[in-house]
Ligand binder design. Structure first.
Ligand code: FAD
Length: 296
């Protein structure tokens, strides 16, 4: 029987390394995903997770890709599950199927509104917030390991950081075993978030989400999906190298390496890599060496 992520987190003598994949949507995307899935076996992450796209039909691709990764030898695969476009019955069917397929961990999310919509609208008998999905899963599958999302720079819809932390605590009180954070580029943001969580009596492990930086364009693209501050030094250095992609990549990945080393040094229980199905960044020699040192 495989250890769940929570069990790994509580027994590991070193920080865990995890990688997030997303189900490809195009033929080109499929090629990129297949290559990344193949190449990343060399990194041998402690677990991988698979996102769930918006729009109700998203659970199928997540299950298919999760199963594919499992067959490829990734021992611990965690599918994501969102409440978008899903009734309570649909979520019961989806999550039952994931558990029956052998997945012992699920990342429970509310999800973002579908493209073109500004606000999240639950289905008439669906869930309004991720905490309700966590409670539902905890009751239906008591042994399941449940991850939830945390936002060091505050979720964009939350009025303030205290309110956001209160809602995060509701997810943990409902049964979440660990938190993975949204990406951030200033480490003090993570350490401050962990302090605020601990003050609010949130005691579960908090895995920092790290985006290996490769260009200014990549940062701009990501900021269309999530809110995070870009440090002025990084911004300046990326702007200065914008016409030299190799130099820009070096600037970005050195930032990532510094972030990673400081997070580990500061006691983070793991590093969750947002690789966006691009394995090659991980094989940048200095970054790979740094990750290998963490893995021991
Ligand atoms: P919630 O925890 O429900 O929070 C949403 C908002 O509601 C927050 O502002 C919160 O403060 C507020 N809130 C919570 N409870 C209450 C309450 N009782 N009353 C009032 N306000 C409340 N999206 C996808 O579509 N697919 C994915 O696979 C995916 N994976 C992700 C993985 C990670 C690690 C992270 C950090 C994010 C991921 N997302 C994904 C994005 C996520 O779905 C969005 O950020 C979404 O807007 C919020 O989801 P949540 O689960 O954090 O929601």
């Amino acid at each position: 029987m495989l250890m769940t992520i929570a069990q790994k987190l509580s027994t590991a003598k070193r920080p865990l390394i995890s990688v997030e994949f997303f189900p490809p949507k195009t033929e080109k995307g499929e090629t990129g995903f297949a290559r990344a899935a193949q190449e990343l076996t060399e990194l041998n992450p402690d677990f991988v997770s698979v996102t769930c796209g918006a729009g109700g039909t998203a659970a199928g691709p997540t299950l298919a890709v999760s199963s594919q990764l499992h067959e490829q030898g990734y021992g611990n695969v965690m599918p994501h599950c969102t409440c978008v476009g899903a009734s309570r019955d649909a979520l019961a069917r989806t999550t039952d199927a994931l558990v029956e397929a052998g997945f012992g961990s699920i990342m429970a999310l509310r999800g973002d509104p579908p493209k073109g919509e500004r606000y999240f609208k639950p289905e008439p008998d669906g869930f309004h917030y991720a905490a309700e999905l966590v409670a539902f899963l905890r009751e239906r599958h008591p042994a399941l390991c449940i991850g939830v999302a945390g936002y060091p720079e505050k979720h964009p819809e939350a009025h303030n950081r205290d309110e956001d932390i209160r809602h995060l605590k509701e997810k943990v009180d409902a049964g979440a075993d660990f938190i993975t954070t949204q990406l951030f580029l200033h480490n003090h943001v993570y350490f401050d978030f962990v302090d605020r969580c601990r003050s609010a009596e949130i005691t579960v492990p908090i895995l920092p989400g790290l985006l290996p930086i490769t260009s200014l364009k990549q940062i701009k693209r990501m900021r269309a999906f999530c809110d995070f501050h870009v440090p002025s030094r990084l911004l300046h250095d990326l702007q200065a190298t914008e016409d030299n992609p190799e130099k820009a990549k070096r600037v970005g990945l050195y930032w990532t390496i510094e972030q990673l080393a400081e997070l580990v040094e500061g006691g983070a229980p793991g590093i969750h890599l947002y690789l966006l199905n691009h394995a090659e960044t991980v094989f940048y020699p200095e970054l790979f060496a740094c990750l290998s040192r963490v893995r021991g």
